[in-house]
Design a binder for this molecule. Sequence first.
Ligand SMILES: Nc1nc2c(c(=O)[nH]1)N[C@H]1C(S)=C(S)[C@@H](COP(=O)(O)O)O[C@H]1N2
Ligand SMILES: [Mo]
Length: 163
Amino acid sequence: MVVTALRFRSLVASLFLAVGSAQPVVADGGGVILTVTSGSSSVTFGREDLERMRQVTYRTTTIWTDGVQEFRGVPLDQVLKQAGATGTRIILGATNDYAAELPVDTISADVPIIALTVNGVPMTLRDKGPLWVVYPYDDSRTYQSEVIYTRSVWQLDRIEVLP
Ligand SMILES: Nc1nc2c(c(=O)[nH]1)N[C@H]1C(S)=C(S)[C@@H](COP(=O)(O)O)O[C@H]1N2
Ligand SMILES: [Mo]
């Protein structure tokens, strides 16, 4: 039922796009929210693409929020694999032009995640969304460091893979 509703909404959105402008209709019915660039090739993801991938949940506090929060999203590792990214370093870029570089060998299967929701609710641009790279800070002292905080990029909109 939910699927039907979403499909119907996409269809309406597509029709609107088709009628309202000369722009090509976006295949997934939603906008691109993340672009992974590797050399001269780019792979783009809509919200639904990311939601369809393996999801991981952290319950943790952060230095930017009050109390324990439930972050849910797709592991960064999963996104890099899906994009076919091979490299030794990546740059996480945000809409405000903030960027942080990290070595690929610091990324594990479940850490960090690109969070899509906090406490079950999608994040708006105002509350650090729609995508926020988060670590399970409460799980280990090693995640409670300035280096990890700098990699906790909110308003993430692009990933650049470096050789
Ligand atoms: N999009 C975005 N993410 C970001 C930043 C930023 O300016 N923009 N600052 C980073 C750095 S260097 C740290 S230490 C924290 C900064 O958090 P604060 O500004 O709340 O201290 O978030 C990180 N993530
Ligand atoms: Mo920082």
